[in-house]
Design a protein. Structure first.
Length: 231
């Protein structure tokens, strides 16, 4: 049996009557007398069901009882919160997967060899700047830092400091807007060879303009003069 007593420190609860009171003659038969004189009252044991909890003690006649508080709404709210948290986490992970797939799809589309050059140039900010120690796959488009010039990778490789797109035409070919005359760059195959009517500055940086007289032209104006006309 537990007992409770009001003190200056508030309501105190004891698992049994304190030892000094057990020295009363005929204890525990005189418990009622102890209670009457010292102010101890028994604490009634309470049984709680699912969805309930014990609240504060209150005096009810000659006993103390616990308030029974219904917490089913609180439990339901917590369960709903945990449920929503699980759903939110799942939705977040789903969005991550969707975003990754969309990003991958856009990456493929924006580096498609058949994508019109105007589309590439109009979306120049999509393309990353060229960096060293980076794996570049075939057709990957990069931007040369400090410029608005874009280059397409024509040979898969891991970049090095001395393999800048501007310096190694065997690895990158410049992307030039239609109607713009670019510098002559050594083609690496038929896919980037010059065709009839294509115009280039040659040598690089020179204002002189040459026009290709043949298709699949992979030679420079000096290597094969018959394939070019100075205009």
């Amino acid at each position: 049996m537990r007992y409770a007593k009001q003190t200056i420190d508030g309501l105190m609860v004891y698992d049994s009557l304190p030892n000094p009171y057990k020295n009363y003659p005929n204890f525990p038969n005189e418990s009622a007398k102890i209670i009457e004189i010292e102010g101890f009252l028994p604490v009634e044991e309470s049984i709680i069901n699912a969805g309930e909890k014990l609240g504060e003690l209150y005096q009810d006649g000659n006993v103390y009882k616990y308030k029974i508080i219904n917490i089913q709404a609180e439990i339901d709210a917590k369960l709903e919160q945990e449920k929503q948290s699980v759903i939110s986490e799942q939705q977040f992970k789903k969005q991550e997967i969707v975003q990754a797939k969309i990003t991958k799809q856009i990456e493929v589309e924006m580096n498609d060899i058949n994508l019109p050059i105007t589309n590439i140039i109009d979306n120049i900010d999509f393309y990353d700047y060229w960096q060293v120690d980076t794996i570049y796959g075939l057709n990957k488009v990069v931007r040369l830092i400090g410029t608005d010039q874009l280059y397409r990778c024509v040979q898969s490789h891991t970049s090095q400091a001395d393999w800048s797109p501007k310096l190694v035409p065997a690895l990158f070919t410049p992307i030039v807007a239609p109607g713009t005359i670019g510098d002559w760059v050594q083609p690496t195959g038929t896919h980037d060879a010059y065709n009839i009517g294509d115009q280039v500055h040659f040598p690089s940086g020179d204002p002189a303009i040459y026009e290709s007289l043949i298709n699949a032209n992979t030679w420079s104006p000096t290597a094969y003069p018959a394939g070019w006309e100075l205009i």
